[in-house]
Ligand binder design. Sequence first.
Ligand code: SAM
Length: 264
Amino acid sequence: MSMIQKIADIPEELLYQVPKRFDIVGDIAVVSVPAELELYKLPVAEHIASTRGNIRGVLNKVTKLKGEHRVAGFEVLLGDIPVIIHEEFGFRYRMDLREVFFNGRLAFERQRVSSKVRADEDVIVPFCGIGPFAIPAAAKGAKVVAIEKNPHACRWLFENVRLNNVDGNIHPILADASDIGSFLKARFDRAIIPTPYGMDDFLEKLLPFVRKGGNVHFYAFKKQYQIEELMGQYSDMGLDVVEHRRCGNIAPSISRWAFDMVKE
Ligand SMILES: C[S@@+](CC[C@H](N)C(=O)[O-])C[C@H]1O[C@@H](n2cnc3c(N)ncnc32)[C@H](O)[C@@H]1O
């Protein structure tokens, strides 16, 4: 049995390292325990679980998001964590976080965008992951094409489409969105593009698929000083930037920015 069983056993000089923030996905807490607390990660997990009544398990994020599937490495600190069911604005998403990308902090952004979707629209969502942008749009009655390259994420997407009863309105495609010209001919009224880091060029590739007057919600990871020049570039591409907003920091000076634009 471990000698260290309680948070109180952590030496005073390390206490400030105990994470005060963690994410909740479904009933699982997701935390990044600093390397200095390696010996104490079980009591840290128990402490986190004790802060709320409904935490079933604790995952430690041991590597950052990696590769094109943007999946982090996790270890299970507490509980038996097979599949997580996360609820967001009335929708349910099943997933295994060890296989897919999911960020619950984007819930309000997703709600903001889906509130603009109308029932008569054709919507495209490249980089759709397990479906948190695509499924609410389909629930509004729109016809949605959702593209995802990670086969695990695509499998969860299919399951979540059924779980949320939007089968009739979503066409999920397991494909590399960069090849979009080779498998898609349709045109869309709205594109929701939760771009992975480093794929800004994709916007230009997608624009021919958006109808004149159509809406584009594009996400990019940028520093504040880059935003003005970026909006100039979008304007040169024939996009009217209606709104732009910061929606989350990903590094000390880099944020995720949302650009709501209309194709002129
Ligand atoms: C930033 S995540 C966004 C996921 C989802 N939209 C969400 O909000 O949870 C990016 C997603 O794009 C997928 N992806 C990365 N490169 C891709 C590509 N070339 N074609 C299609 N999907 C890709 C990743 O597997 C990942 O699921």
